[in-house]
Design a binder for this molecule. Structure first.
Ligand code: MN
Length: 209
């Protein structure tokens, strides 16, 4: 299998009371697992299409690949973004860049919260590194793959699909976002930023960071 379901970095119930163990169990074992399965199936069906030279389903296969691989990437990131010891504010490099690119931590927090709560249908809000300008941006992602700029790499993601919160928060999705802040693993974000900042798109255009 090309794609595999990662283990959770904590037990199902470890993020309680902020995030229910039952949601995490279903979310990881069923939803995330389904995206991993879907990503592998899409690759296999593309192999078969090439072998038979039958591309009649190409649009659906490419959409399935993008949807499921993106679902796998975002959930893999989401689990690592959370920790029982999370919350508070970032330090050093992350804090400095958030101030530089969003004005202040409060400005960033309000921006991400509105992006999350404003998602129409299913989607995500993300703090992402945009390598063209070499800066942090907030993205509002539709489904798993829509409305994102090419080249951007998500660092911190908040799942705004109903399966992520409905069992615990019902229709009060803003309460889910409030709980999310209490779980954010800023050390994880800092480690990822350090690696992702070195990303270049291979263009002549200089990366400004
Ligand atoms: Mn999800």
């Amino acid at each position: 299998m090309t794609y595999q379901l990662p283990d959770l970095p904590y037990d199902y119930g470890d993020l309680e009371p902020h995030y229910s163990g039952k949601i995490i169990e279903l979310h990881h074992d069923k939803h995330h697992a389904a995206y991993v399965k879907g990503a592998n199936e899409a690759l296999e069906k593309l192999v078969a299409a090439r072998d038979k030279n039958d591309f009649s389903s190409i649009n659906q296969l490419e959409k399935n690949l993008a949807f499921n691989v993106s679902g796998h990437v975002l959930h893999s990131l989401f689990w690592q973004n959370l920790t029982p010891d999370g919350g508070g504010e970032p330090e050093r490099e992350v804090s400095g860049l958030i101030d530089e690119h969003f004005g202040s931590f409060e400005g960033f927090k309000g921006h991400l919260e509105h992006a999350a709560n404003g998602v129409q249908g299913s989607g995500w809000a993300a703090l992402a590194w945009e390598p063209m300008a070499g800066r942090l941006i907030v993205e509002q992602i539709y489904d798993h793959q829509g409305n994102v700029g090419q080249g951007s790499v998500p660092l911190l993601v908040c799942d705004m699909w109903e399966h992520a919160y409905y069992l615990q928060f019902h229709n009060e999705k803003a309460d889910w976002v409030k709980a999310f802040w209490k779980l954010v693993n800023w050390d994880d974000v800092a480690q990822r930023l350090k690696k992702v900042r070195r990303l270049e798109l291979g263009l002549d255009h200089p990366v400004t960071a």
